[in-house]
Design a protein around this ligand. Structure first.
Ligand code: MG
Length: 162
C-alpha cells in the first residue's frame, strides 16, 4: 500500500464560475487559475501522483501550456488515474477537505463525490469530501481564497494481502 498527499489553494475572483469536484456551486465568485480552478480536483490529482511517486500536477499538465488553458480539471484527474493504474495500482480510498468560509458547501458534497466516482471509476463509498470554514481568519477565512487537502491510498494489484 502507498499513500499520497495533495494540497492546493486558489484565489477567489469575481466573474468566474466556482467549480469544485467537477460541480458548479452557485456563488458570486470563482477560483482563479489557468485551468477551471478546480482546487479539489487538483489536490486529489496531486495526492494520486504523489502516492505513485509520479511527480505533481504541474509537471504533467503545465500551466504555461496553452493546451491546458481553461482545462477541465476532472479530465486531468481522469488521465492521472490512468497513469497510476498503468503502474499496477488500484485506488483504495480518498479523503479530502475543502477550506472555505463561504458559500455553504455541505449541500454539494455528495454531488462532488458522485462526479469524482464517475470520473475516477471507483465506488462512491471510497471517496470522502468534507468542508470546513476557517473561523474567519487567514485567506480562506477572509474569503480571499479556498484551499484543499487530499490523501489517497493506493493498493498494488499484485501485493500479497495482509
Ligand atoms: Mg490548482
Amino acid at each position: 500500500m502507498r499513500v499520497g498527499i495533495g494540497y492546493d489553494l486558489h484565489r477567489l475572483e469575481s466573474g468566474r464560475p466556482l467549480i469544485l469536484g467537477g460541480i458548479e456551486v452557485p456563488f458570486d465568485k470563482g477560483l482563479a487559475g489557468h485551468s477551471d480552478g478546480d482546487a479539489l480536483a487538483h489536490a486529489i490529482t496531486d495526492a494520486l501522483l504523489g502516492a505513485a511517486a509520479l511527480g505533481n500536477i504541474g509537471q504533467h499538465f503545465p500551466d504555461t501550456d496553452p493546451e491546458f488553458k481553461d482545462a477541465d480539471s476532472m479530465e486531468l484527474l481522469r488521465q492521472s488515474v490512468g497513469l497510476v493504474r498503468d503502474r499496477g495500482y488500484a485506488i483504495g480510498n480518498i479523503d479530502a477537505n475543502i477550506i472555505a468560509q463561504q458559500p455553504k458547501l455541505n449541500p454539494h458534497l455528495d454531488a462532488m463525490r458522485e462526479r469524482l466516482s464517475d470520473v475516477m471509476g471507483i465506488e462512491i463509498d471510497r471517496i470522502s469530501v468534507k468542508a470546513k470554514t476557517n473561523e474567519l481568519v487567514g485567506p480562506e477565512g477572509r474569503g480571499e481564497a479556498m484551499s484543499t487537502q487530499a490523501i489517497v491510498l493506493l493498493e498494488s494489484g499484485d501485493a500479497p494481502s495482509a
